[in-house]
Design a protein around this ligand. Structure first.
Ligand SMILES: NC(=O)c1ccc[n+]([C@@H]2O[C@H](COP(=O)([O-])OP(=O)(O)OC[C@H]3O[C@@H](n4cnc5c(N)ncnc54)[C@H](OP(=O)(O)O)[C@@H]3O)[C@@H](O)[C@H]2O)c1
Length: 379
């Protein structure tokens, strides 16, 4: 056992292992007569982890607190990761609120995606080394903490050339955008899609992936101060048309469109009246896919939409899609998306916030300060 531990620590040193690991090890070697016991401890335990924990479901700003969790054992197939960044997504909020259909048992650590750096590995782990950048793929609960220990199968190594905030945010929203463009209606270059919630990360990704494939996009945003600036930003990402909700409350929306064909696919992030606006644009036989309910309002569909336009209503849920044993496919798609991000073909607005300001970032993500960029915690 002693030689195993020694070779693990030597391997860590050879790979330029983390300073804290060696500091702990050195302290234990110099200050304690029971050197062997402590050396074993420091080689197989994680550091303590600072984490956003909730003991019960409820309003996230009321039930979450930042606490220090004790070290955990790094077993032979485990990888201990020092988290670098993780976003606050609407579904993270819904999980804490207790309104998401699948949620971790409480007490739980928040967060579902992110990026980290390998800190140490179990004795049977061959494919990861300290310093590697990894993401949980498929995403996995508990990313709002400084150190995570999970089985090596959870982690996917990614290029360190990836901008940090994109590495932290690709496995949920960009992946959803990609799947919805591929899974419901065959789309070719020259076709059109329509969406509401176009300012969301999913919406911004839809615009850019569509543009990369020669597909036009019609985008609906909320009425708000500064909407002209928002329209310009989305146009720069490749949006063909951007309308506020009030602009499309006209009898014939087709008169608003220049030379782009009527869309066969509509994407609904919002629900309520914003969903009806998407339906208005759809062509005969078109499909609207609902993936978000940001307004928390139900969708109302006119009888004529069904009888005379034969519209179809579908739904998409990434977590259901991921359940069907798609780890390999999922990682291939994540690589495709990260590559687009590295090439600058996939961009979206984010704000990196130090972990110490977690609750200020949470307030922004909860919409308390109006429309805000995606909040990404930097550990
Ligand atoms: N089904 C799935 O598998 C899946 C996967 C990923 C995401 N989602 C869902 O997709 C949606 C967008 O996620 P995201 O992370 O991309 O969003 P995000 O970047 O955090 O942006 C939030 C979006 O929601 C809009 N919004 C906020 N409050 C609203 C309200 N009360 N009424 C109408 N619009 C409102 C914002 O509009 P402003 O810019 O005007 O503030 C913005 O467009 C969420 O509902 C999320 O749960 C679902």
């Amino acid at each position: 056992m002693a030689s195993l531990v020694r070779s693990a620590s030597l391997r860590s040193l050879r790979n330029g292992g983390p300073l804290l690991f060696h500091t702990t090890l050195r302290k234990s070697l110099t200050s304690c007569p029971q050197t062997q016991t402590l050396r074993t401890f420091s080689a197989t335990m994680s550091p303590p982890s600072k984490a956003v924990v909730y003991d019960q479901q409820g309003p996230p700003d009321a039930v979450t607190r930042v606490v220090e969790l004790p070290p955990v054992q790094v077993k032979e197939n485990d990888v201990c990761v020092r988290m670098l960044a993780a976003p606050i997504n609407p579904s993270d909020i819904n999980r804490i609120e207790g309104v998401y259909p699948v949620r971790p048992e409480v007490p739980a650590v928040g967060g579902y995606e992110g990026v980290g750096e390998v800190y140490s590995v179990g004795s049977a782990v061959k494919d990861f080394s300290p310093g590697d950048w990894v993401i949980p793929s498929p995403p996995s609960s508990g990313t709002w903490q400084t150190y995570i220990v999970k089985d090596q199968s959870v982690w996917h190594k990614i290029s360190k050339e990836t901008p940090l905030e994109y590495a932290a945010t690709t496995t949920v929203n960009p992946l959803t955008a990609l799947r919805m463009l591929e899974d419901f209606v065959p789309l070719n270059s020259g076709d059109t899609i329509v969406q509401n919630g176009a300012t969301s990360i999913v919406g911004q990704c839809v615009i850019q992936i569509a543009r990369d494939r020669g597909i036009h996009s019609i985008n609906v945003i909320r009425d708000r101060p500064g909407s002209d600036e928002v329209k310009e930003k989305l146009a720069k990402l490749g949006a063909d048309e951007v309308f506020t909700e009030s602009q499309v409350r006209v009898k014939n929306v087709k008169d608003l469109l220049a030379n782009i064909p009527e869309p066969a696919l509509g994407l609904n992030c919002v629900g309520g009246n914003a969903a009806s606006l998407v339906l208005k644009f759809l062509r005969q036989g078109g499909t609207m896919v609902t993936y978000g309910g940001m307004s928390k309002k139900p969708i109302t569909v006119s009888t004529t939409s069904f009888i005379f336009k034969d519209l179809s209503l579908r739904g998409f849920w990434l977590q259901r899609w991921l359940r069907t044993d798609k780890v390999h496919e999922c990682r291939k798609m994540v690589e495709y998306l990260l590559d687009l991000a590295r090439q600058g073909k996939l961009r979206y607005e984010m704000e990196l916030v130090p972990f110490d300001n977690f609750h200020a970032a949470l307030d922004k993500a909860l919409g308390k300060l109006g429309s805000q960029p995606k909040q990404v915690i930097k550990f």
